[in-house]
Design a binder for this molecule. Structure first.
Ligand code: CO
Length: 169
């Protein structure tokens, strides 16, 4: 288990360093990230959320979408190549903002390029929940939190409540 980094920790605002070595240390980090994500009932986790400055994302949406099979995977140095013009508005949460949920518009479908844990390059097209989770997590490794993706009024509401001490993370 790794310690969970919460808002407003500066590591959440940092663009993370790319992974250069696909070695046993990387496998170890990925395993610990999965363990931590499952322990907190998360469906996605980025490395800076557990204090690690490397471009690593782990996801597993299978427990939220029961008829999806084998969605547990790690993405190393992921990049979003394309976003669909169609957007979907849905509620989103984040392990670094426990208990806080807000609606956010995200592209329905994206194309993502990433390396797997063995260093093999992959390209995938994903939609719906997996698309949302990957957009959220890939934002994290680029130093972007979901509050920055909210509409201006929702973001203002977040900051006002935060500075009034109504959100404690
Ligand atoms: Co998050």
């Amino acid at each position: 288990m790794l310690p969970l980094i919460k808002y407003p920790h500066p590591l959440l605002k940092r663009k993370l360093s790319p992974v250069e070595k696909f070695n046993s240390e990387l496998k170890h980090i990925v395993r610990d990230m999965f363990e931590t994500m499952y322990a907190y009932n998360g469906i996605g986790l980025a490395a800076n959320q557990v204090g690690i400055d490397l471009q690593i994302v782990v996801v597993d949406i299978s427990y939220k979408e029961k008829n999806v099979k084998s969605t547990s995977f790690a993405l190393i140095n992921p990049k979003i190549l394309q976003y669909s013009s169609k957007k979907i508005d849905a509620e989103e949460g984040c392990l670094s903002f426990p208990g806080y949920y807000e609606r956010i518009k995200r592209a329905e479908t994206i194309e993502v390029e990433y390396f797997d844990i063995n260093g093999k390059k992959n390209k995938i097209i994903v939609n719906n929940l997996l698309s949302r989770v990957l957009q959220h997590e890939i934002d994290h490794i680029n130093g972007i939190s979901f509050i920055q993706r909210m509409s201006a009024d929702k973001r203002l509401k977040f900051y006002v409540l935060y500075f009034l001490g109504k959100h404690k993370f």
